[in-house]
Ligand binder design. Structure first.
Ligand code: DON
Length: 569
């Protein structure tokens, strides 16, 4: 008090301002949880704990992945799943890379026009709610395929913690009940049988829930592997649910589902080697295109979220998302021009018309009507084991609680991933993303994703493991989190915590979080012709990441936007 009395008002204001700046700066460099041997970062404490326990007893990163995945299916029903799908990128401690696609696929009776009315218009909610919205789930096949090839501990031991969690139950957090209460009406409407979620009309933070039906389903998976889900009792329950709700998935669709090992998407940014996911995710290609496009510009000198750096990044994003809408889809069904898109010469040429003074315009036939997050949920977890094997997994039901259909008697949500297809050329999906023939619906085809599970090497050693949820903003969240570390010297925790911005070509505007592109950046960019979404949006991505520090220790970056927890030893 005495000090304050003795200084003048302008100096006091200056001190307060400097302190405010300093505390903002602190976020950037604040270290997350540090571990010396192994680490898991996921969106939920109980799931991270399950992964930690597996690592601690000598399980490898894939073992921990299996345990975390099934645990999330219990404690994080918004996005953790057995009724959804995802992608895994894995790097062994010896530098071998494995990438696994366990994305959902369109049922055999799906049709390109299945969401259109007789006038060719998209029928509202049909691809996002209810039985027709669901693709054939891939998660269980993904976990068994990864474990068969790369796991070390017995399968049953890894699924058991999830069985126990389902029996015992867990308490909802504040963030979780907020999302759940918003969807309870839809869950009651679209599920044909009563379920654990609809026991109450409103849930409060701290309320406990247990899942006897899910415990039974998980115990079948524990005992029979993939057959415990894609055949027999659970498959029959899924199909009974489909029949009761006029869905089209059938027993053969389930029996035929296969996870697929894909060649990784690889490339470089300065002295970093990037390893990411190939189609049917657009994530790897788009991330590398972005990095190639910005690599010619001195982002570090420009400064973090400075007008110059933001301008370059936004212009790159505009071009990459335009490419995504036209060229990306399931490469098993569509000839994705991967080599061209990943050609540095092509990406440099794409920036040839970049004007450092002016924003370009995203001209396109029909601008996407960007509906802001209707509580979308995906989740990403990153794991490094004591040997140095790394796993990066992004998994989802698509929207929060997927299709809002709980499989009667089996206790889990089915995804609404069919909305990630292009229901009609030029029609925006729930993320405002527009697609074309490359991503049209076909039986057995996998819908295009933005999921970007990524592993980065430096000098041939593991450097970073990261990924994010966030629909269309996944790619730009991963892009920024990586650049925050390598260009702006942030800690891993800082890099995931600082506010982000996003441009996706259409709509032609920059979305930003509170605190992002601050100072004079917004006004300078506006003067250059950039448009901004009216208000900052509260959530963009949720990057759960691990950084290998120069002393060899691991730093976890758990995104504070959700309830993420890093644990290591
Ligand atoms: O695969 C995709 O790109 C979307 N289904 C991801 C959805 C998502 O990230 C929602 N999360 N916030």
């Amino acid at each position: 008090m005495k000090v304050i009395h003795s200084i003048s008002l302008p100096i006091l204001i200056l001190i307060l301002l400097l302190n405010a700046c300093k505390s903002r700066e602190d976020i950037k460099y604040q270290r997350g949880v540090i571990a010396t041997e192994a680490m898991v970062v996921s969106v939920d404490e109980l799931a991270s704990q399950v992964g930690y326990d597996v690592l601690k007893k000598g399980g490898n990163a894939v073992d921990a992945m299996v345990a975390v995945h099934f645990a999330l299916a219990v404690v994080y029903p918004y996005a953790g799943n057995i009724g959804g799908g995802g992608f895994m990128v894995m790097r062994t401690h010896e530098g071998q890379v494995h990438t696994l696609d366990f994305r959902e696929m369109a049922p055999s009776e799906a049709d390109k026009d299945m969401y259109l009315d007789e006038n060719g218009e998209v029928i509202k909610d049909l691809s996002t709610r209810g039985h027709l919205a669901a693709g054939v789930p891939g998660s269980v096949a993904g976990m068994t395929a990864a474990h068969d090839s790369l796991g070390s501990l017995p399968w049953a031991e890894l699924v058991q913690p999830a069985v126990e969690l389902a029996k015992k139950g867990h308490a909802f957090s504040e963030k979780e009940v907020k999302e759940l209460n918003k969807k309870l009406g839809a869950i009651a409407q679209y599920s044909t049988q009563p379920n654990e979620f609809t026991q109450k009309t409103t849930w409060a933070a701290g309320d406990s829930i247990s899942y006897p039906d899910l415990a039974r389903t998980l115990s079948l998976i524990r005992d029979q592997g993939a057959a415990g889900f894609y055949e027999g009792e659970t498959a029959e329950k899924i199909i009974a649910e489909m029949e009761a709700g006029n869905g089209i998935m059938n027993l053969l669709d389930l029996a035929n589902y296969q996870a697929r090992w894909r060649p990784p998407i690889t490339g470089t940014y300065k002295n970093y080697d990037i390893i990411s996911m190939a189609p049917p995710s657009s994530g790897g290609i788009a991330l590398l295109q972005l990095l190639q496009m910005v690599s010619a510009y001195p982002l570090e000198d420009y400064g973090w979220q400075s007008p110059e750096a933001t301008h370059v990044m936004v212009e790159a994003e505009r071009r990459v998302y335009a490419d995504r809408s036209k060229h990306l889809g399931d490469s098993d069904y569509y000839n994705v021009p991967m080599d061209s898109l990943l050609d540095p010469a092509y990406n440099l040429a794409r920036m040839a018309d970049f004007n450092p003074e002016r924003a370009s315009l995203s001209k396109e036939i029909s601008a996407g009507n960007f509906q802001l997050f209707e509580s979308d949920q995906t989740t990403h977890y990153s794991i490094v084991d004591a040997q140095g094997n790394a796993v990066s997994v992004t998994t989802t039901l698509n929207g929060g609680f997927g299709s809002c259909v709980v499989v009667g008697g089996a206790g889990f949500f089915l995804n609404n991933e069919m909305d990630d297809f292009s229901a009609k050329p030029g029609h925006a999906n729930i993320y405002g993303l527009i697609g074309a023939a490359a991503n049209a619906i076909e039986p057995g085809k996998r819908m295009l994703s933005s999921m970007t599970p990524t592993i980065i090497e430096k000098d041939d050693e593991l450097f970073m493991v990261l990924g994010s949820p966030g629909g269309s903003t996944i790619i730009t969240s991963v892009f920024q989190a990586f650049l925050n570390v390598v260009e702006y010297d942030m800690s891993m925790q800082g890099a995931v915590s600082v506010p982000r911005f996003h441009h996706q070509w259409l709509p032609d505007s920059i979305r930003y979080e509170k605190g992002a592109v601050g100072g004079d950046t917004r006004s300078v960019l506006q003067a250059m012709g950039h448009r901004f979404d009216g208000k900052p949006v509260p959530v963009k991505g949720c990057v759960n990441a691990i950084l290998v520090l120069s002393n060899g220790k691991l730093e976890g970056g758990a995104d504070p936007r959700r309830d993420g927890v890093a644990m290591g030893f």
